[in-house]
Design a protein around this ligand. Structure first.
Ligand code: SF4
Length: 297
């Protein structure tokens, strides 16, 4: 299999076949991210994709699930994506789901009819870095869309029957907007009802614009207390009917996985327990390790 650059995937795609169809990210401007900083967005040649699929058909003929790489393959035109799904199904007939990272602008570039064709071709479980439902926070992270635009595009996915995972980031509005960020993000999620919610906590990769802003003081991070308060309020505000809450990212203070609304009270209790555990350090700032993991000082 041909891979260019570091290959990232969500934790729940650990058993998926990773097939690279693009390199880099078509946006590549989020202030906290430096994953593809030195890699311009490009489209992999169809010959390379077909050669990888020929190899996969020999080695893993019973593949059921594929995750397309890199940063946002849903940026490809519907025509190109359909050519790729055809190439997949003709060589790997047992594939049921073709998932990938996607962004709100990627959806905006496709018609409703195209979205339905992509669903029929097996595309689903798009992993969308939504991050927030608060316009000020979206602007701080330079996501390139507003909350209203995100709502409109996610409702279009719902109408087309394309499933997706919504990624959100606690603390991304900074300490002054914790409450607003919790409320606006929950409001957006309640309106679209994602199947899966991936919750992380703000950390900036070294080299990113946000990292530099944190070093110079231009962006203030949240303390343990502020992050815990935001998470508690966020969970309180969620009115999800049947969503898996995946909060096991190493950046999180309270790692948890649960089903909403079933486990809402237990989740709130976990946050409150962690607040007691962190009592002597509530006004400290988390010290970050790799992938934003919290290190003990
Ligand atoms: S966070 Fe995602 S959309 Fe933003 S620059 Fe990084 S890869 Fe691209």
């Amino acid at each position: 299999m041909n891979y260019t650059g570091t290959v990232y995937r969500p934790p729940y795609e650990a058993n998926s076949l990773l097939l690279q169809v693009t390199t880099g990210c078509s946006h590549n401007k989020c202030t906290f991210c430096s994953m593809y900083a030195d890699m311009p967005f490009s489209v992999c040649p169809m010959e390379q994709i077909e050669a990888d699929l020929d190899e996969a058909a020999e080695r893993w003929p019973h593949t059921k699930r594929i995750f397309l790489e890199h940063g946002d393959p849903f940026a490809l035109s519907a025509e190109r994506l359909l050519a790729i799904t055809d190439a997949i199904h003709s060589r790997l007939p047992e594939v049921e789901t073709i998932a990938m990272y996607a962004s709100i602008p990627n959806i905006r570039g496709k018609s409703d009819a195209e979205l339905r064709l992509l669903r029929d071709a097996g595309i689903g479980d798009l992993d969308i870095g939504l991050e927030s439902g608060l316009d000020e926070a979206l602007a701080l992270m330079n996501k390139g869309y507003t909350s209203d635009e995100a709502l409109e595009q996610l409702l279009r996915l719902n109408a087309a029957g394309i499933t997706y995972i919504a990624n959100v980031i606690l603390g991304c509005g900074g300490p002054d907007l914790c409450r607003e960020n919790a409320e606006a993000t929950a409001r957006l999620l309640n309106a679209v009802q994602p199947n899966l919610l991936f919750v992380g906590t703000l950390h900036a990769e070294p080299g990113s614009r946000l990292y530099i802003g944190m070093q110079t003081g231009a962006f203030r991070e949240c303390t343990f207390r502020q992050l815990l308060d935001e998470q508690e309020h966020f969970i309180e505000c969620l009115e999800l009917e049947d969503t898996y809450y995946f909060g096991s990212h190493p950046s999180n203070i309270v790692p948890m996985q649960a089903v909403l609304p079933l486990h809402k009270e237990e989740m709130l209790e976990e946050v409150r327990k962690m607040r007691k555990h962190f009592a002597p350090r509530l006004d400290d700032y988390p010290v970050r390790g790799s992938e934003g993991s919290i290190r003990n000082r």
